[in-house]
Design a protein around this ligand. Structure first.
Ligand SMILES: *Cc1c(COP(=O)(O)O)cnc(C)c1O
Length: 495
C-alpha cells in the first residue's frame, strides 16, 4: 500500500481540529451508562492535524476504483452512472434533515415522495402495491417469501419447498432457506433456460413458490415464461421474480404481465442509487392483489390529499426494517424516475440491451460465448479455451485491472465453467466498449504468448495479486487451532 495507516502517521504533538464544545455538562457517568461500559482511560486514537487527516483520506480515496472515474462492467450488478442530480435532491435540507420520529403532519412531502415512488415502481413492473422497506435485494427476496408463506398459511396450506433454478443468484436459495423453506433446484436446459420437463418433475403441492430471474443470470430471456407461469399456478404455488436486474425491461415488458405474483427491484442497480461502498441499498418488493394484505406495515396511504402511515394491517408480516427503508435512496431513485420520464426509462433499457449485444459481438471469438443468439442486458463468456495455456478467468480479470478496467463478474453463474459475466449498461459510450474489447483481445493474446506475465497481474494497482488460496488455508488452520491468528488488523508495536 502506498498510504500508511493513520495510526502510523500519528504525531503525538499534532494540533487536532478545533471543534465547538460538545455542550454536555459532564462526561457520561454511571447513572447514564452501566459502569462496565465507561472508559477508564481515553481511547488510543491517532493524532493528526486537520490538514493531515484530510490529505490522508483524500489519498486513500484516490486509490479507489469507482464508477465516477472508470468503466465497471460487473455482470449482474448493473454498475451504471449515478447521476449527480440524485445526490442534489437527496441533500435538500427538507429531506436530509428529517428525523424518523417526526410527526406525520411535518413530513407530508416525504410521505408523498414515497407514495409517488411506489406508484412509479408499480407501473414499471405491473403490480398492485409495493413496499419500500427492504434494504437490499436479498432482503426483498426474504420479505416476498415471508409474504408468500403468510398467504399460504392464511389458506391453511402448509407448503414447505421453494424451487430455484441452478443459474440463480446465490441470494435466492439463501433467502428461501432463511424463510424456513427447503430449497429444490431446477435444472437449466442446454440453451441456458429453465428446463420445463425438470420443472414439471419438481412441482408438487409442497411447493410454495418458484423463484425466477428473467432475463436469467446468463442474460437470456426465458421465452417460455407464460407456460412456466401456468404450470406453477396450476399447482397453487406462486411465481417470484428476482428483478434485481430490471435494466433490460423498463417500459418494454412487465413481470406482472408475465404472471409473476411478487417481484423485488434493486434501486441500487436499475434505478441509479449508489452501490456497494457508495451507499446503502434498497430492494422494494411489488406484489399482486392477493399478497397485498400481507405487505409489511406501515404502508403509505393517501386520503383527501393527505398522506399517512397505516399500521392497522392485521395480516401484515410486520415491519421488515426499522422506520421506512433507506429513505435517502428512495429520494435518489424518485429523482431518476422523474428525470428520465417513461420514455427515458424505456430508452435506457433499449440502450442497455444494445450495448450488451454490441459488446458481445466484439468479444465473440476472443473468448468463447457458450450460449448463442442475442442477449438482454448482459452476456456470459468463458475463459475455458485458455485452460491449455494455464490461464483462468481470474487471470483475465486481473489483466483487465492492469489495463484500467474494473473486472467483470467471474465464476458466476455456476452453470458456466470459468465464467466471465459482462454487463456494460446504457451509460457507457461506444468508444469505452471498443476499448474494453480491445483490452480483452490483448489479454487473450498475452495468454497465448506469455501466460506467466498474466499470472503476475495486476502490477499497476495499489495492491498486487492477493494470495487467496494461502489466505483461506491460513484462516482455516487458525480456526481449527492449528496455527497462530493470521494478521487481520494493525496492532501497535509491542502489544
Ligand atoms: C444483486 C442481485 C441480487 C441481490 O441483491 P443485493 O442487493 O446484493 O442483496 C439478487 N439477485 C440478482 C440476480 C442480483 O443480481
Amino acid at each position: 500500500m502506498s498510504e500508511p495507516l493513520s495510526f502510523e502517521l500519528s504525531r503525538p504533538g499534532a494540533e487536532p481540529p478545533r471543534l465547538p464544545a460538545p455542550g454536555l455538562s459532564a462526561a457520561p457517568s454511571a447513572d447514564v451508562l452501566p459502569k462496565e461500559h465507561l472508559r477508564v482511560k481515553p481511547a488510543d486514537l491517532p493524532r493528526l492535524s486537520e490538514a493531515e487527516i484530510m490529505r490522508h483520506y483524500s489519498r486513500l480515496a484516490s486509490l479507489n476504483y469507482s464508477i465516477s472515474e472508470q468503466f465497471y462492467p460487473l455482470g449482474s450488478c448493473t454498475m451504471k452512472y449515478n447521476p449527480v442530480a440524485n445526490e442534489a435532491a437527496a441533500a435538500l435540507p427538507g429531506f436530509a434533515g428529517l428525523h424518523p420520529y417526526q410527526d406525520e403532519e411535518t413530513v407530508q412531502g416525504a410521505l408523498e415522495l414515497m407514495w409517488r415512488l411506489e406508484r412509479a415502481l408499480c407501473a414499471v413492473v405491473g403490480v398492485d402495491r409495493v413496499t419500500l422497506q427492504p434494504a437490499a435485494g436479498a432482503h426483498g427476496e426474504w420479505t416476498a417469501l415471508r409474504m408468500i408463506q403468510a398467504y399460504h398459511h392464511s389458506r391453511g396450506d402448509k407448503r414447505t419447498e421453494v424451487l430455484v433454478p441452478d443459474s440463480a443468484h446465490g441470494t435466492n436459495p439463501a433467502s428461501a432457506a432463511l424463510s424456513g423453506f427447503q430449497v429444490v433446484e431446477v435444472r437449466s436446459g442446454r440453451d441456458g433456460r429453465i428446463s420445463l420437463s425438470d420443472l414439471e418433475s419438481k412441482l408438487s403441492p409442497r411447493v410454495a413458490a418458484l423463484m425466477l430471474t428473467n432475463p436469467n443470470t446468463l442474460g437470456l430471456f426465458e421465452r417460455e415464461i407464460l407456460d412456466v407461469a401456468e404450470m406453477v399456478h396450476a399447482t397453487g404455488a406462486m411465481l417470484y421474480y428476482d428483478g434485481a436486474n430490471l435494466n433490460a425491461f423498463m417500459g418494454v415488458c412487465r413481470p406482472g404481465d408475465m404472471g409473476f405474483d411478487a417481484v423485488h427491484m434493486n434501486l441500487h442497480k436499475t434505478f441509479t442509487t449508489p452501490h456497494g461502498g457508495g451507499g446503502p441499498g434498497a430492494g422494494p418488493v411489488g406484489v399482486k392483489a392477493e399478497l397485498v394484505p400481507f405487505l409489511p406495515h406501515p404502508t403509505v396511504e393517501k386520503a383527501d390529499g393527505h398522506f399517512k402511515l397505516d399500521f392497522r394491517r392485521p395480516k401484515s408480516i410486520g415491519r421488515v426494517r426499522s422506520f421506512y427503508g433507506n429513505f435517502g435512496m428512495l429520494v435518489r431513485a424518485y429523482t431518476y424516475v422523474l428525470a428520465m420520464g417513461g420514455d427515458g426509462l424505456t430508452q435506457a433499457s433499449k440502450d442497455a440491451v444494445l450495448s450488451a449485444n454490441y459488446l458481445r459481438k466484439q468479444v465473440d471469438g476472443v473468448l468463447e460465448i457458450p450460449h448463442h443468439g442475442p442477449c438482454m442486458h448482459e452476456f456470459v463468456a468463458t475463459a475455458h479455451n485458455l485452460a491449455s495455456q494455464g490461464v483462468r478467468a481470474l487471470d483475465v480479470a486481473k489483466g483487465l485491472l492492469d489495463r484500467d478496467f474494473y473486472a467483470p463478474t467471474i465464476y458466476f453463474p455456476l452453470v458456466v465453467p470459468e465464467a466471465i459475466m459482462v454487463e456494460p449498461t446504457e451509460t457507457e459510450s461506444k468508444a469505452t466498449l471498443d476499448a474494453f474489447a480491445e483490452a480483452l483481445k490483448e489479454i487473450v493474446q498475452e495468454a497465448k504468448t506469455n501466460p506467466a506475465a498474466l499470472h503476475q497481474a495486476p502490477r499497476n494497482t495499489p495492491v498486487g495479486r492477493l494470495d487467496e488460496v494461502g489466505t483461506a488455508r491460513r484462516i482455516t488452520a487458525y480456526l481449527t487451532g492449528q496455527s497462530e491468528e493470521p494478521v487481520l488488523r494493525w496492532k501497535r508495536a509491542g502489544k
